[in-house]
Design a protein around this ligand. Structure first.
Ligand code: NAP
Length: 251
């Protein structure tokens, strides 16, 4: 028998990397999937050095053929964490570039679809599978300048909800984690196209935004509950963020 295997997409940074560390510590062989080879290789080396099993795999989740090849490569999958994703831009609906919306839909929705479809047979065959979808509070509410990201994350939320219904009776849980404000190194910088000042302003004055590890801790907790316990949806925000628009900032 090989070790229980967890596939984490977007494992090259932020929440994905932190989740890979947590699941490796929980005893899973972790498969680290992302586009940046050096990053996932470095993380795999770090985890291997610490005595864990970690396999890096360069993957673009928007490339359906590549995802199919990826799925064929592994003998088992017990846990899939659909984490790859992100936001591009903060323009109003009226001023948005459709290319940004398409790119967000491709990674946050189609990426989840491709990887989930490809690994579903293995998850069912495991006899005790778990699918995690990292959506966002933006998958549950709208905010000004968040139209494209909210549309995509509402899509991710819809996938999780539909899958849970469709898989009822199969040995596979479907868990949605919807974080609010998480301060990771790249998320806001990517959203603002490399503008570090705009990215920093997102977290300005917020005493303690969530960290990648806070979210990873939640993912690992839900995944390691007894098999019959399905945490359908967990919304996790920093104490300073009571709602999407209600953020306490110290001046
Ligand atoms: P991040 O550090 O920017 O991580 C995003 C990850 O996704 C990276 O590892 C990136 O790796 C990967 N990725 C992007 N496009 C990909 C593609 N086409 N194929 C494969 N991997 C791809 O952001 P994060 O803050 O950790 O966010 C992780 C997830 O949580 C995302 O789905 C995000 O939408 C969600 N989330 C974040 C926040 C927040 O405030 N930070 C809040 C709620 C939800 P490569 O570039 O190497 O491919």
């Amino acid at each position: 028998m090989t070790t229980r295997t967890a596939v984490i997409t977007g494992a090259s940074s932020g929440i994905g990397a932190a989740t890979a560390r947590r699941l490796a510590e929980a005893g899973f062989r972790v498969v680290l999937a992302a586009r940046r080879k050096e990053r996932i290789e470095a993380l795999a080396a770090e985890l291997t050095e610490a005595g864990h099993e970690a396999v890096p795999y360069v993957l673009d989740v928007t490339d359906r053929d590549a995802v199919a090849t990826f799925a064929d490569h592994f003998d088992r999958c017990d846990v899939l964490v659909n984490n790859a994703g992100g936001a591009i831009g903060a323009e109003t609906v009226g001023a948005s570039d459709p290319a940004d919306w398409r790119a967000m839909y491709e990674v946050n929705v189609m990426g989840v679809l491709h990887v989930t479809q490809a690994l579903l047979p293995a998850l069912v065959a495991s006899g005790d599978g778990t699918i995690v979808v990292l959506s966002s509070t933006a998958g549950h509410i709208q905010y000004e300048g968040g139209g494209g990201y909210a549309a995509a994350k509402h899509g991710a939320h819809a996938i999780a909800g539909t899958l849970r219904l469709e898989l009822c009776g199969e040995p596979v849980r479907v868990i949605e984690i919807a974080p609010g404000m998480v301060m990771t190194d790249e998320f806001a910088v990517n959203r603002f196209r490399g503008d570090e000042d705009k990215a920093a302003a997102v977290y300005e004055g917020v005493a303690e935004p969530l960290t990648a590890d806070d979210v990873a801790d939640t993912v690992a907790w839900t995944v390691t509950r007894p098999s019959h316990v399905n945490v359908d949806l967990m919304v996790i925000r920093p104490r300073a963020q009571a709602a999407q628009h209600k953020v306490h900032r110290e001046r």
